[in-house]
Ligand binder design. Structure first.
Ligand SMILES: Cc1ncc(COP(=O)(O)O)c(C=O)c1O
Length: 412
C-alpha cells in the first residue's frame, strides 16, 4: 500500500528557509515531529502530568497509566515483554548502560573479547573502548571494505576472535547499509548480541525474539518522537542478573544505612525521575507510525533511496559510498570532487533550502576508512549525507541534485 502522509502534520515543511521551500534531508540526525504527536503531548502535560509510580493522587495515577501504556506499546512493537523494555535518554545511554551493567555483574570480564564492527557510530565504540582500558577486556573488529560495507565474508572472519559479546549497528548512519542481523546471529550463535538500532528501528519493525537479540537500543527523536527519550530492550534473564547502571530513587526495593535491594525489572534500571512526557510522546509517535504502516514506510523509503542513488550516480563529479544495492536504505553519503562537504552543505542550505549533514557523522574511523576506496583528488575525511524519511518526495531529491549541479558550476 502506498504511504499516505498528511503534509499538514508537518508544518515545518511549509516553512521557508532562506526564502526557499525547506527540503529536509537530515533525518538520520533527527526527524521532524508530527503536529498530532506534539498536540497530544501538550494535552498530556495539561491534563495528566505528574510524577509516576509514586503518589496516590489522580494526576499521578493518570501519568503512571500513560507512562506504562507507552511501555506496552514499545513491547508490542518489538515483540518483547514489557519488563524487558527500559526507558533511557537515547541510544547512547542504552549502550553505556549495557556495557557498565555487564561489567558490574561479571558477565563481561578481563580477558573476554567484544567484537564490534568498523562501521559503528561513536555511541557504540567509545563506551567499549574506554571501559576496556579499565577492565582489561579485548576489542576486535569486523572490517569494512573500501566502500565502507560490512560483507558476509568479513562478518564470518570475526568468528576467529571467539567473541563473548558482539555489538553491531543494525543500519550504518554513514553508508546506509542495513546489516544482515539474521546472519550475524547465525554466525555468533553463542555470543551476547547487542544491536544499535538508532537508524534501523525508525524504518523497520523488528521482532527481537525472532532475531534472537539480547539487547537493542534506539532513540525516540529519530522516529518522530521527542528528544531525550530512548529504549533499551534487554533479554529478561540477563536483565534479572545484571547490576543497575544508575542508582537512586525508584529503582530500589529496600534501603537501610548499610544495604540496598533492588526493584524488579525494568524499574531497577530506571533510577530517578524519568523523561515522563518524553516516554508518553514516544508512545504517541509509535501510534502515528503504526497508523501509517511500517511496510508502506519501508517501501517508500526504499523507493526514494533507489531514486536518490540513481540520480546522484548520473553526476560524474559525485563519489558515492556504501553498498548501492538493495541493502542500502535511507542514508546516502557522497562527496563532490574538489568541494569540501561543509561548503556543499552550506551552499545547499543557503541557495536551495536543502538541509543535509556534512562531517564525520560521529563515525570517524569509518569515514577515514572510506579514503581507501576514493578516487577523489583529495579525500576530506568527511562526507555529505542526505537521509530520507516518510515525508520526503522525489521532488526533494530533484531539488538537491539540481542544486549540486549548479554549485559544481559555481565552484568551477
Ligand atoms: C547508528 C547510531 N547509533 C547511535 C546514535 C546515537 O543516538 P543518540 O545521540 O540519540 O543517543 C546515532 C545517532 O546519530 C546513530 O546514528
Amino acid at each position: 500500500m502506498p504511504l499516505r502522509v498528511s503534509f499538514d502534520d508537518f508544518p515545518t515543511l511549509g516553512k521557508k528557509v532562506n526564502g526557499k521551500r525547506l527540503v529536509y534531508l537530515d533525518n538520520a540526525a533527527t526527524t521532524l515531529k508530527p503536529k498530532p504527536v506534539l498536540e497530544k503531548m501538550v494535552d498530556f502535560y495539561i491534563g495528566s502530568y505528574s510524577n509516576v509510580h509514586r503518589a496516590v493522587h489522580t494526576l499521578a495515577s493518570r501519568a503512571t497509566v500513560a507512562y506504562e501504556e507507552a511501555r506496552m506499546k514499545v513491547a508490542k512493537f518489538l515483540n518483547a515483554d514489557p519488563s524487558e523494555v527500559i526507558f533511557t535518554s537515547g541510544a547512547t545511554m542504552g549502550i553505556n548502560l549495557v556495557v557498565n551493567s555487564l561489567l558490574r555483574s561479571g558477565i563481561l570480564r578481563e580477558g573476554d573479547v567484544v567484537l564490534l564492527s568498523q562501521a559503528e557510530h561513536h555511541a557504540n565504540l567509545v563506551p567499549w573502548i574506554r571501559l576496556s582500558k579499565f577492565h582489561g577486556f579485548g576489542i576486535a573488529y569486523i572490517e569494512v571494505n573500501e566502500k565502507g560495507v560490512l560483507t558476509e565474508e568479513a562478518i564470518l572472519r570475526g568468528k576467529e576472535y571467539k567473541p563473548k559479546i558482539v555489538s553491531v549497528t543494525g543500519h550504518s548512519n554513514v553508508t546506509g547499509q542495513v546489516i544482515p542481523l539474521e546472519f550475524v546471529r547465525e554466525v555468533f550463535e553463542d555470543a551476547i548480541l547487542v544491536v544499535d538500532g538508532a537508524q534501523l528501528v525508525p524504518h523497520k519493525r523488528l521482532d527481537v525474539k525472532d532475531l534472537g537479540l539480547d539487547f537493542l537500543v534506539f532513540s525516540g527523536h529519530k522516529m518522530l518522537g521527542p528528544t531525550g527519550v530512548g529504549v533499551l530492550y534487554g533479554r529478561k534473564d540477563l536483565l534479572e542478573v545484571m547490576e543497575p547502571f544508575l542508582y537512586g530513587g525508584e529503582m530500589i526495593d529496600k534501603v537501610s544505612f548499610e544495604e540496598v535491594t533492588f526493584n524488579e525489572i525494568p524499574y531497577k534500571f530506571e533510577a530517578g525521575t524519568q523523561n515522563i512526557a518524553g516516554v508518553v510522546g514516544l508512545g504517541y509517535a509509535l501510534d502515528y507510525l503504526e497508523a501509517l504502516g511500517f511496510d508502506s514506510l519501508e517501501e517508500h523509503v526504499r523507493d526514494l533511496t533507489e531514486y536518490l542513488i540513481e540520480e546522484l550516480s548520473k553526476l560524474e563529479f559525485v563519489e558515492l559510498y556504501g553498498p548501492l544495492d538493495h541493502s542500502h536504505v535511507s542514508i546516502v553519503s557522497f562527496n563532490v570532487e574538489g568541494i569540501h562537504p561543509h561548503d556543499v552543505a552550506h551552499v545547499l542550505d543557503q541557495e536551495f533550502g536543502v538541509a543535509v549533514r556534512s562531517g564525520h557523522h560521529c563515525a570517524q574511523p569509518l569515514v577515514r576508512a572510506l579514503a581507501r576506496g576514493t578516487k577523489l583528488s583529495n579525500f576530506p575525511n568527511s562526507t555529505v549525507r542526505a537521509s530520507v524519511y516518510l515525508y520526503n518526495t522525489k521532488e526533494d531529491v530533484d531539488v538537491m541534485v539540481e542544486g549540486l549541479k549548479k554549485l559544481k558550476g559555481w565552484f568551477g
